[in-house]
Design a protein around this ligand. Structure first.
Ligand SMILES: *Cc1c(COP(=O)(O)O)cnc(C)c1O
Length: 348
């Protein structure tokens, strides 16, 4: 007897996003698998947390995060009306999939890129039109390419490399749909495309406080683009999509951009050192513009190395896809953590 499932087909057969493993004995583990920042957020965040009055939680937060939007707008030299704030940038990306594409439309992205995009398309029952990167994960947009919206991760993940801005600009100018540039790692990179979002009316830039600002646990992301786009995102979001704590602590973090930049410099120093150390050991290491490395081991398969590291309580990320199975994604931790990572490799 077949039973009614009650579940919408697209959801029943959905392959959910798989987050990196959160190890149980966190204290002993070296966790290099979810691109978190190894350094704490600005002391101003801790201060703001201390000053927080629990009684304030009785009230709803600002529905459109205006105080925080003003802060973000000042940071990027745009108007408050050009900023949208979400519960993590993942929420912003999901709202984009819902806002800018008809059911019969298509969502494009590179392969490999952030693996959440096809899932967002599936949830909305929208077809995808992935574009394969070259064999060394470089830009490869076909001449005649069309989609309703394109998710462009830059620098790309998990490959860690930056696409040339000239290519992105030319693509955005020609593309007939919306280009959502996911700049989760832009603070670690030599350049970004924020000016394109302000200049072109079909471009949105999405940023997050999870990586460079060390606030993955807070859940705060935002988008910058034309007022027309921001208005529709505001229209469909949950009334209070960003809670009071997140708004207050994000304001504190964004009041101390210098602190974030110092942490970024530390991560970049570690990035240069570990890139060299891995190359010495015969690894292929992509030129990273992010807080992680995309590496291909030699003399052992990526999967074998992943499993051997895991046994030694060192957690990195392995992606089983055809394009990605020869590589590991290694988040840059503190120098001490990275030394443990290198020692584990040497013993394997
Ligand atoms: C980490 C990451 C995100 C998610 O950021 P949150 O703000 O934590 O939701 C989005 N896009 C890419 C490419 C990421 O790596």
């Amino acid at each position: 007897m077949t039973q009614k499932s009650y579940i919408r087909r697209s959801i029943q057969y959905l392959h959910a996003y798989v987050p990196g493993e959160q190890p149980k004995n966190e204290d002993r583990a070296v966790k290099l698998n979810t691109n978190e920042n190894p350094y704490p957020p600005s002391p101003r965040v801790a201060e703001a947390l201390q000053k927080m009055d629990a009684r304030r939680l009785r009230l709803y937060p600002e529905p459109e995060c205006d105080t925080l939007r003003k802060k973000i707008a000042a940071l990027h030299g745009c108007a408050l009306e050009q900023v949208f704030v979400g519960n993590g940038s993942d929420e912003v990306l999901a709202l984009c999939a819902r806002t800018f594409v008809e059911r019969k439309g298509t969502i494009g992205f590179f392969n490999p890129a952030y693996s959440l995009y096809p899932i967002l398309a599936d949830i909305e029952e929208i077809a995808t039109r992935p574009v394969e990167l070259t064999s060394d994960f470089q830009w490869a947009m076909p001449k005649k390419y069309e989609a309703s919206m394109f998710f462009l991760t830059n620098p790309n993940a998990p490959t860690s490399m930056l696409f040339p801005k000239s290519k992105i600009r030319a693509f955005c100018q020609k593309f007939k749909g919306v280009v959502v540039i996911d700049e989760a790692y832009a603070d670690f990179a030599g350049e970004n495309c924020m000016d394109l979002a302000i200049e072109l009316n079909n471009v949105l830039i999405v940023r997050t406080l999870s990586k460079s600002y060390s606030l993955a646990g807070l859940r705060l992301g935002y988008a910058v683009g034309s007022k027309r786009f921001i208005d529709v995102l505001l229209k469909i979001k949950d009334s209070y999509n960003v809670d009071y704590l997140a708004q207050q602590l994000a304001i504190a973090a964004l009041s101390d951009v210098k602190y974030m930049q110092r942490n970024v410099e530390r991560v970049k120093k570690t990035r240069a050192r570990i890139t060299q150390e891995l190359k010495k050991r015969g690894f292929t290491v992509a030129p990273s513009e992010t807080n992680f490395l995309w590496v291909k081991p030699s003399g052992i398969s990526a999967l074998q190395l992943f499993e051997a590291l895991r046994k030694k309580n060192v957690f990195v990320r392995f992606f089983s896809g055809k394009r990605t199975k020869d590589y590991l994604r290694v988040t840059l931790g503190t120098d001490q953590q990275m030394d443990r990572f290198l020692r584990a490799i040497d013993s394997i």
